[in-house]
Design a protein around this ligand. Structure first.
Ligand code: URA
Length: 432
């Protein structure tokens, strides 16, 4: 391991065998966290070459099984976001696309760095399990047409272990590490059509559009070499997506969106990415037709019913879909008021991600238990005009003390000004 750390640090190149050894030895607990953390930091600072990034992806896939969904009669779609604040897209998009007739089989991740994770959000639903075996994953894809699970001993365990370590060692924001992590899950889970949502802006790991584009390009190359049909959207994460940040709060917002309400930006993003999947799969010839189909599925209630079905299949309480008040909720709710009037010019998404972690919604140590109920709900988003004393947001906390700290941080995350901001489209571009 020491040799691999040294070789990485000195840019001497790593072989595919070396990377496979590293991942397997870590999964088998033959090398300690501190050495792997040192290696991850070397990769973050020095980078990996294109061949090495592919080698790492293959090593992560090979640490478990590569599922043959097509061989089991399921031609499925998958979607992955590179991470952001309030990004509950999967919880809406998955049911929407599956209800439109295209099965969705997805391996997700937990919270990572300052961003939230789909697995943690799903676990806010009482009883719901995300640690499915490969057999359960395939069976649910066949019977329900919608499955969202995590890395397990069967599926991409190498990514599961590296991911948890990266989360708490400041080693997330690296193109090769993100690309290998995301693509190993996509390749292992066996879907044929994959749309990537590559985030950019203050609440994303790749803040600058050029860096996001590089990440998208790396992932598209890896995926296409593995035989996937792919597209990548470059979308803005310069303010939180939707209004809710925090696990149960985000599940409730996703349910609201599947009921036909919910925030416009979330719904638009789901229609945009969902249309890409219907187009990639050949189910619809163009974006307009695909969008129309998804809108009809949403309006009919079929997507909401699909979410209910998935929750039931994974052992969760399906009644949360009809009664979101059954989700955990925090005992303390404190509004954050604007101290002056103005247009909301910016909301520092990353800072709010850290506030959510401080409230217990994310981890600061490996394996830490999180609080599914806590978080923030935004009442004013970028572009809103507020008066002094208007509520900008509400903090959901476990105690008045943690709430008080969060309130001042949330207020500081809002930039108010006399001039309205220039707004830009959420999806900047789709790389097809
Ligand atoms: N999503 C992942 O699955 N992995 C990363 O490294 C970042 C986002």
């Amino acid at each position: 391991m020491l040799e691999l750390i040294e070789r990485t640090k000195r840019r001497q190149g790593l072989t595919a065998e070396g990377l496979r050894w590293l991942v397997q030895a870590y999964v088998d607990e033959e090398i300690p966290d501190y050495q792997v953390a040192a290696w991850l930091m070397a990769v973050l600072l020095i980078g990996l070459g294109a061949e090495e990034t592919i080698g790492l992806t293959e090593a992560l896939v090979a640490s478990g099984r590569r599922l043959d969904l097509v061989g089991h009669g399921v031609v499925a779609a998958d979607k992955h976001s590179t991470g952001g604040i309030g990004d509950k897209t999967t919880l809406v998009l998955g049911p929407l696309v599956a209800a439109a007739g295209l099965p969705v089989a997805k391996m997700s991740g937990r919270g990572l760095g300052f961003t939230g994770g789909t697995l943690d959000k799903l676990e806010a639903v009482p009883g719901l399990r995300v640690d499915l075996s490969a057999t359960q994953f395939v069976r649910q894809a066949q019977t329900t047409g919608l499955v969202i699970a995590g890395q397990t001993a069967d599926m991409a365990p190498g990514d599961g272990k590296l991911y948890a370590l990266r989360d708490v060692t400041g080693t997330v924001d690296s193109v090769p590490l993100i690309a290998a992590s995301v693509m190993s899950k996509k390749i292992a889970a066996g879907a044929r059509f994959v749309v990537l949502d590559v985030k950019m802006g203050n609440g994303a790991f790749m803040e600058q559009p050029e860096a996001a584009r590089e990440l998208a390009g790396t992932m598209l190359t890896i995926g296409r070499a593995a035989g996937l049909k792919m597209a990548a959207a470059l979308s803005w994460m310069d303010q939180p997506l939707g209004r809710a940040i925090g696990n149960a709060l985000e599940v409730a917002e996703a349910i609201q969106t599947l009921r036909g309400g919910g925030p416009d930006d979330l719904r638009d993003l789901c229609f945009g990415l969902g249309s890409e999947l219907l187009r990639l799969s050949g189910m619809e010839a163009d974006e307009t037709a695909a969008r129309r189909r998804l809108e009809a599925v949403l309006a009919s209630g079929a997507a909401l019913a699909k979410l209910r079905e998935m929750i039931l299949a994974q052992g969760g309480d399906p009644a949360v879909v009809d009664e979101p008040q059954r989700l955990p909720h925090a005992p303390v709710e404190v509004p954050v008021y604007a101290d002056r009037p103005g247009h909301v010019r910016a909301i520092a998404a990353r800072d709010l991600g850290y506030v959510a972690i401080g409230l217990g919604a994310g981890r600061t140590k490996k394996g830490e238990k999180i609080d599914h109920a806590t978080g923030i709900v935004l009442h004013a988003k970028v572009g809103a005009l507020v008066a002094a004393g208007d509520a900008l947001a509400t903090v959901h906390a476990t105690s008045p003390d943690t709430a008080a700290q969060a309130v001042s941080a949330v207020r500081a995350a809002y930039a108010l000004g006399a001039e309205p901001p220039t707004l830009h489209p959420l999806i900047e571009e789709v790389l097809r």
